[in-house]
Design a protein around this ligand. Structure first.
Ligand code: NAD
Length: 260
């Protein structure tokens, strides 16, 4: 389905980003990986995806907190694999604290990575998509792009902003073969959420299993984590012809969180 297409997935060395890279590779897209981690492990991921799915895969270590490096990543994908047909803005970080104690440096880093990243990559990638008359932009927002929780000022502000940016890009690109949507997951058990499970276990004196159940019970009616593969499946669907007219949407995978 995506043979001959180039997909750039930011923050794809771990968690949801890696699952989306795998889901798009499984449909035949060549993949530009990005993110931090151990050099040897990243090379094993890159070579493994290329080998398993018979596609081209490259890696670039650009830091998504820098606008310059975001644009540079789009250029690197073009140089190594070709113009970017599918752009998945996924790299993200979290920090939790009450606003009066929220470190200013964490606020700025979260806004840069979780929001401004997408402005810079989309700005760099859209002209190539317009030229081809086809493109898919998938922004990984969050349930926190739709509703708020305490102690997440920067994350909630960034993700709400990302949903807004998604809608603007969808309108500007409408009728030009380019769609732009936001995926809004609830709890997905990745290293990012494991840190919140660990914190809860320590603060409340719970076992890991109890802390996970406690976290889910508070917000996610299904009481089950969504899986990275399910998010990857939705990203792949958004790149299929069935999704040609789906644009400007905030698509939840949240076990009913936002239905409450
Ligand atoms: P993760 O920590 O497993 O993965 C984050 C990825 O981003 C990693 O590859 C990391 O190396 C990369 N990254 C971090 N900072 C970067 C930077 N400055 N430049 C380049 N890469 C960077 O987290 P995850 O849970 O897979 O999160 C992925 C996205 O999904 C994030 O945007 C997150 O906000 C969103 N999300 C996650 C959940 C969840 O429950 N896990 C829910 C909703 C939304």
């Amino acid at each position: 389905m995506l043979k001959g297409k180039v997909a750039l997935v930011t923050g794809s060395t771990s968690g949801i980003g890696l699952a989306m890279a795998r889901a798009l590779a499984a449909k035949g897209a060549d993949i530009m990986l990005n993110g931090f981690g151990d050099e040897g492990e990243i090379e094993a991921i890159r070579a493994g995806i290329a080998d398993e799915f018979g596609i081209g895969a490259a890696y670039n270590a650009a830091d998504m907190s820098s606008g310059e490096e975001c644009a540079g990543l789009v250029r690197a994908a073009r140089a190594e694999l070709g113009d970017c047909d599918i752009l998945v803005n996924n790299a993200g970080i979290q920090h939790t604290a009450p606003i009066e104690e929220f470190p200013v440096e964490r606020w700025e880093a979260i806004i840069a990575i979780n929001l401004s990243q997408s402005f810079h990559t989309i700005r760099a990638a859209l002209p190539g998509m317009y030229e081809k008359g086809w493109g898919r932009i998938v922004n990984i927002a969050s349930v926190h792009g739709r509703v708020a929780s305490v102690n997440k000022a920067a994350y909630v502000a960034a993700k709400h902003g990302l949903v807004g940016l998604t809608k603007v890009v969808a309108l500007e690109a409408a009728g030009r073969g380019v769609t732009c949507n936001a995926i809004c997951p609830g709890w997905v058990l990745t290293p990012l959420i494991q840190a919140q499970v660990d914190l809860r276990a320590t603060e409340k004196g719970l076992t890991q299993e109890e802390a996970k159940a406690d976290l889910l019970a508070e917000k996610q009616p299904s009481k089950q984590f969504a899986t990275t593969e399910q998010v990857g499946g939705l990203a792949a669907f958004l790149c299929s012809p069935a999704a040609d007219q789906i644009t400007g949407q905030e698509l939840g995978i949240d076990g009913g969180w936002t239905a409450q």
